[in-house]
Design a protein around this ligand. Structure first.
Ligand SMILES: [Ca+2]
Length: 178
């Protein structure tokens, strides 16, 4: 892999993560607008630990949304929400439907009393607050890979110079033998 190709890979990964995060913010804002909510819908409503990215829609509510037709296509959001509402889906089994919990600023992912807008998630191991993490761990990992690749290339270049140096030295010593 050339340095140019590695840099292109990092750029593509970062672009994908950024566009995914933008899409997620659009979904969260759409939910807020649909129910005229006074709070910002956090990414952790659907994304495990509030970290967006492929395969991160794993909360009970997120899984219910996927089961009712939600995809990355924005046009599937309202039909999925309407389906949950019509079927009185209660993802955490606490007796209050998901949609009513969202309307009441209650987390539909836990039967415990937790605010969706400000409460810490009671699942997963980290809090995301009301901010999407935008998959920065992925970008950081990609940057780390690029740096590791550059270091490896630099080490190879040094080893190559050393080999060439020792080869010419041994050729020189052979040539000097009688
Ligand atoms: Ca519930």
């Amino acid at each position: 892999m050339t340095a140019k190709r590695a840099a292109a890979l990092v750029f593509v990964a970062a672009t994908a993560v950024t566009s995914n995060a933008a899409a997620v913010h659009e979904f969260a804002a759409a939910i807020q607008a649909k129910y005229n909510l006074s709070y910002n819908v956090p990414c952790r409503l659907c994304h495990i630990q509030g970290t967006t990215g492929a395969g991160s829609v794993q909360t009970p509510f997120g899984i219910s949304m996927l089961a009712h037709g939600l995809t990355q296509d924005r046009s599937t959001l309202n039909p999925a929400l309407d389906a949950l509402d019509a079927q009185n889906v209660d993802s955490d089994g606490d007796g209050v439907t998901d949609i009513n919990e969202i309307k009441e600023d209650s987390d539909p992912n836990t039967p415990l009393s937790a605010s969706l807008s400000s409460g810490a998630p009671t699942y997963g191991c980290a809090t995301a607050g009301g901010v999407c993490r935008r998959g920065w761990p992925v970008v950081a990992a990609a940057m780390g890979l690029l740096l590791a690749f550059r270091r490896r290339r630099a080490r190879r270049a040094i080893r190559g110079r050393e080999r060439r140096g020792s080869a010419s030295a041994s050729t020189g010593s052979r040539a000097s033998r009688p």
